[in-house]
Design a protein. Structure first.
Length: 164
């Protein structure tokens, strides 16, 4: 078992490359589509905006903070924090490779993301999460996020927020 202290969060792109961001994003989107009951066979079957993130994350997330969690030399997870708008930054695409779950990867990413939002001048951080992702909802609650009025009206989507 990997010690939690071995999780390092770095800015993407990291020097030396090999960070697997596109693969992590593909896993995230493919899993999400399957959980929504609309599985697709691969990246080519993803909706255009999600496929664009996988194929060119630099363009998709230009101007935002992209973090990658590393365990040893392996990219184990990712998170995007949008630049603040009207005092809010938004956490998106929090994903931990299933092989690294339970090792503090998501917590480390989320803490680093909140810190980066604060440094960028955000007053609050918000996120949306599918209600069936009970483990993610529990993590967000542990880290101070509370359910708030929705800004996205898709069924089964929880909107959460916390001050930075």
């Amino acid at each position: 078992m990997t010690d939690r202290s071995e999780v390092r969060v770095v800015d993407w792109p990291a020097p030396g490359g090999g960070d697997r961001l596109s693969a992590l994003l593909a896993d995230y989107h493919l899993r999400t589509e399957a959980e929504k009951g609309a599985p697709v066979g691969g990246v080519d079957g993803l909706p255009d905006r999600y496929r664009a993130e996988v194929l060119d994350p630099a363009a998709a997330f230009a101007g935002h903070t992209v973090l990658v969690a590393r365990v040893g030399d392996t990219a184990a997870g990712c998170l995007v924090v949008t630049r603040p708008a009207d005092g809010d930054a938004e956490v998106k695409r929090l994903w931990t490779d299933p092989a690294f779950r339970g090792r503090g990867v998501a917590s480390a990413l989320l803490r680093a993301g909140v810190a980066r939002a604060r440094e960028a001048g955000a007053r609050t951080v918000r996120l949306s999460v599918w209600e069936w992702r009970a483990d993610a909802v529990a993590l967000y609650r542990r880290l101070g996020f509370t359910v708030t009025d929705p800004w996205d009206d898709r069924p089964q989507l929880l909107c959460m927020r916390r001050p930075v």
